[in-house]
Design a protein around this ligand. Structure first.
Ligand SMILES: *[C@@H]1O[C@H](CO)[C@@H](O)[C@H](O)[C@H]1NC(C)=O
Ligand SMILES: *[C@@H]1O[C@H](CO)[C@@H](O)[C@H](O)[C@H]1NC(C)=O
Ligand SMILES: *[C@@H]1O[C@H](CO)[C@@H](O)[C@H](O)[C@H]1NC(C)=O
Ligand SMILES: *[C@@H]1O[C@H](CO)[C@@H](O)[C@H](O)[C@H]1NC(C)=O
Ligand SMILES: *[C@@H]1O[C@H](CO)[C@@H](O)[C@H](O)[C@H]1NC(C)=O
Ligand SMILES: *[C@@H]1O[C@H](CO)[C@@H](O)[C@H](O)[C@H]1NC(C)=O
Ligand SMILES: *[C@@H]1O[C@H](CO)[C@@H](O)[C@H](O)[C@H]1NC(C)=O
Ligand SMILES: *[C@@H]1O[C@H](CO)[C@@H](O)[C@H](O)[C@H]1NC(C)=O
Ligand SMILES: *[C@@H]1O[C@H](CO)[C@@H](O)[C@H](O)[C@H]1NC(C)=O
Length: 440
């Protein structure tokens, strides 16, 4: 699913007084809330971090520079120490490799993404941007109607490369890609998994170079997309993913009753919140055992400096030749700050935790559990990017204040306050809902 969104500001207005302006499709953010989040709304703080859309922000340097790629293997998840909540993370990717929204837990050395009753699931993103590389994940997907597991690369310019799994078809891995978030429904290709993806670990890989994307399943190539195939004769441009992207793992409710019909159908129907998994352990879940990230060199012609640590865009075209490697700060002093001055409010306070919830809402965008826009898998999308009914979706936000941890298998991440959970779940729900609207 395309993770694009003309978003959900309405959701925020439902729970807080001041909401950011919308942005996207050329509508840029005001200087007071300069960062356009990946969900299409304006704010500061976390809005300027991962997912910040440089094209629709106030200016190209409103978003913070993107930490460059770091090759790492994660073969055992024994604590939450390397994962920061999006309500805490200020951009220090040295301190935290991952940022999350929702409720990930660690259990038996695995990272488990959960989706509790009525929630919108969990999203975990790698904080180091990949500008070509190979990502590999060994995981078990979630199951049942409406439940979507995803393993994707997503750039701030909305280039996207996907592996997605629908809980009613546990022997199909859906591959897909998007260029600059342009909704094109004809790029999905299915691959067959040789055994049930819920019961068994399989290894899914995306190998991304400037020339091609190759999807591997258990070591076998199941799809190759060549850059040449994506040439657009009209625009004389390759519609090929080509900008630095984050790895995102997610579990999200495509089958949320409030979603658009097309999304629900793509996801295999409405979610049953009384299913076997909802009884025990009490949530839907996807289990990630191993993740590895191997960075490839950025294009040799890309402008870069010695000891560069971050990618930035120098032109709103947001194509591969507009990315450069700089040496610059990537960490905000606090949630009131932006890429325009990352230490402007240094003296005022330190963390979102001390701020009111309304301030948090303006500085922490919802990070939808998943990537719920529209399936490239071919449900009937006439794609008008309508955002018209965002306001009505706000009222359908689940009011769940927390995620069930079932038999209490591992409550390590259970430190999120009720306040944050409420905020997150309402943001999430709207994202899911709105994102669905975008699709149809
Ligand atoms: C994950 O990696 C570890 C260490 O390389 C390996 O022992 C284990 O079998 C892997 N797990 C799976 C499910 O492949
Ligand atoms: C980021 O975190 C690391 C490790 O905790 C720390 O050494 C470094 O000073 C931090 N950087 C900034 C800019 O806060
Ligand atoms: C992929 O498989 C799903 C069923 O799991 C089906 O609905 C969808 O149409 C298939 N997509 C393609 C591109 O074949
Ligand atoms: C090529 O680009 C034009 C202009 O953006 C667009 O209308 C058209 O659909 C694109 N063609 C393909 C095959 O994607
Ligand atoms: C990347 O940039 C180079 C040089 O500008 C260009 O030749 C190439 O086609 C671009 N690749 C893509 C995927 O757009
Ligand atoms: C989930 O929540 C709904 C609505 O509150 C409730 O009817 C249902 O029983 C709950 N499911 C479980 C497994 O508790
Ligand atoms: C580095 O950061 C400073 C302060 O935010 C900014 O003025 C400058 O433009 C940045 N340099 C680059 C190359 O991005
Ligand atoms: C950032 O804001 C602080 C506080 O207003 C100011 O002292 C500092 O000069 C600003 N830095 C830049 C690069 O504008
Ligand atoms: C999409 O819907 C239209 C109108 O309902 C129908 O004619 C068309 O066949 C549908 N396309 C697909 C791919 O289902």
């Amino acid at each position: 699913m395309l993770r694009l969104a003309t978003l959900a500001v309405a959701a925020l207005t439902a729970s807080v007084v001041s909401a950011g302006a919308k942005c996207g499709s050329g509508a840029q953010c005001p200087s007071s809330a300069p960062c356009c989040s990946q969900y299409g709304e304006c704010g500061t703080g976390a809005y300027c971090l991962g997912g910040c859309d440089p094209v629709n922000s106030f200016s190209l340097d409103s978003c913070t520079p993107e930490p460059i790629c770091q090759s790492k293997n994660f073969n055992s998840f024994d604590s939450m120490d390397d994962l920061a909540s999006n309500t805490k993370y200020l951009g220090n990717s040295t301190e935290y490799d991952w940022v999350y929204s929702g409720t990930p837990i660690v259990h038996d050395g695995n990272l488990v993404l959960t989706m509790g009753n009525g929630s919108v699931g969990t999203l975990v993103a790698y904080n180091h941007y990949i500008w070509y590389g190979k990502v590999s994940g060994t995981f078990k997907t979630s199951r049942d109607a409406g439940v979507v597991t995803a393993f994707i690369l997503l750039s701030d310019a909305k280039d996207e490369i996907d592996y997605e799994f629908i809980g009613v078809d546990l022997q199909t891995a859906q591959t897909n890609y998007y260029f600059q978030g342009i909704p094109d429904w004809h790029h999905g290709v299915n691959a067959t998994i040789d055994s049930n993806s819920f019961e068994n670990f399989h290894t899914y890989e995306i190998d991304w170079t400037p020339d091609a994307v190759t999807w591997y399943l258990d070591g076998k190539s199941v799809r190759v997309l060549k850059r040449e195939e994506t040439y657009n004769e009209t625009t004389h441009q390759y519609m090929f993913p080509q900008t630095p992207a984050r790895l995102e793992l997610s579990l999200w409710p495509g089958g949320l009753a409030s979603n658009a019909q097309g999304v629900i159908e793509w996801a295999g129907g409405e979610i049953d919140w009384n299913s076997q998994d909802m009884q025990n352990p009490g949530y839907y879940y996807a289990i990630f055992s191993n993740i590895s990230i191997t960075c490839y060199d950025p294009p040799s012609w890309a402008p870069s400096v010695k000891d560069g640590n971050a990618y930035i865009y120098n032109n709103i075209a947001a194509t591969n030749n507009t990315v450069q490697i700089v040496k610059n700060n990537t960490v905000l002093a606090n949630f009131a700050d932006t890429g325009l001055n990352m230490t402007a409010s240094f003296s005022t306070s330190t963390a979102s935790a001390s701020q009111s919830s309304s301030t948090i809402a303006d500085s922490v965008p919802g990070q939808n559990g998943g990537d719920g826009a529209h399936s490239g898998a071919g449900f009937n999308g006439t794609s008008s990017s309508s955002s018209s009914s965002t306001s009505e979706t706000s009222s359908s936000a689940p009011t769940s204040t927390g995620f069930s941890q079932g038999g209490g298998s591992n409550p390590k991440s259970g430190t999120v306050s009720v306040n944050e959970n409420m905020l997150q779940s309402s943001i999430f729900a709207v994202l899911v809902a709105v994102v669905a609207l975008v699709a149809l």
